[in-house]
Design a protein around this ligand. Structure first.
Ligand SMILES: Nc1ncnc2c1ncn2[C@@H]1O[C@H](COP(=O)(O)OP(=O)(O)OP(=O)(O)O)[C@@H](O)[C@H]1O
Ligand SMILES: O=P(O)(O)OC[C@H]1O[C@H](OP(=O)(O)OP(=O)(O)O)[C@H](O)[C@@H]1O
Length: 202
């Protein structure tokens, strides 16, 4: 099977849940990005790229539900996982007057932000950033941001307020549509073991 493992904060818990499901996971300490272990291949990718690799032919991956929603890739999501929990929220300085015509939103999640504006029938602009998104609201480059909030500490330390939660976020298993059909028994069994590993107090 070809697995796609996210780098960054989801990597540790992703490898752990696979290990607890009986998958022999590789040693990821080096710089290699494609590893073999226990007869499987493990691709080490940025979390944001996992759905793309899975749609393109990798068979199973783990990433955040925010990434799945933003990417729009055609993948199946057979299982939610009990880690990577946070939320995607609109935040802004005090005095923000809400999502109204002309609003400027900065985000890594431009597709979700644009859909949010459309669903509210608001015309506004969406500025694409790649990190430290709070800075755009702090400097006034944007009126608000759409970004991940976990503890709320980053917002607090930058004088921003959380105005509205747009979605709850958690890690998810994503699966290639074709593999789900052609390797259904093997994949279904693995998903069941992952589910059991999570329910076993993971
Ligand atoms: N506090 C948090 N901040 C950011 N992401 C979080 C947080 N808590 C959980 N997550 C989840 O972890 C996923 C990956 O986050 P991570 O920071 O590892 O990657 P990233 O922000 O895409 O970084 P990079 O740009 O270096 O790849 C997020 O998409 C989200 O689903
Ligand atoms: O509510 P908190 O617990 O403070 O967490 C939220 C912050 O963490 C993430 O940033 P990250 O550390 O990934 O840095 P980045 O923005 O540069 O990606 C996210 O983009 C927020 O900035």
């Amino acid at each position: 099977m070809i697995f796609v493992i996210p780098k960054g904060r989801l990597m540790g818990p992703s490898l752990q849940v696979l290990r607890l499901s009986g998958v022999e996971v590789p040693d990821t300490a080096g710089r290699s990005l494609a590893l073999r272990s226990g007869g499987n291949t493990f691709l080490i990718s940025r979390a944001a790229d996992v759905p793309g690799y899975v749609e393109a032919g990798a068979e199973i991956g783990i990433t955040g539900s925010d990434v799945v929603e933003e990417s729009g890739n055609d993948v199946l999501v057979p299982l939610d996982l009990p880690f990577g929990r946070c939320r995607l929220s609109i935040a802004a300085p005090p005095g923000f007057r809400g999502l109204r015509d002309g609003v400027r939103i900065a985000s890594r999640y431009t597709n979700i932000a644009s859909r949010l504006l459309s669903s509210r029938r608001v015309s506004g602009s969406v500025l694409k950033l790649s990190g430290s998104v709070e800075l755009a609201a702090v400097t006034g480059m944007a009126d608000a941001i759409l970004d991940i909030v976990e503890t709320g500490r980053t917002l607090e330390q930058n004088g921003l307020l959380e105005y509205e939660k747009v979605m709850d976020v958690r890690a998810q298993v994503v699966v290639n549509r074709v593999s789900w059909k052609t390797k259904y028994r093997e994949m279904r069994a693995l998903i069941s073991r992952m589910e059991a590993a999570c329910n076993g107090g993971y």
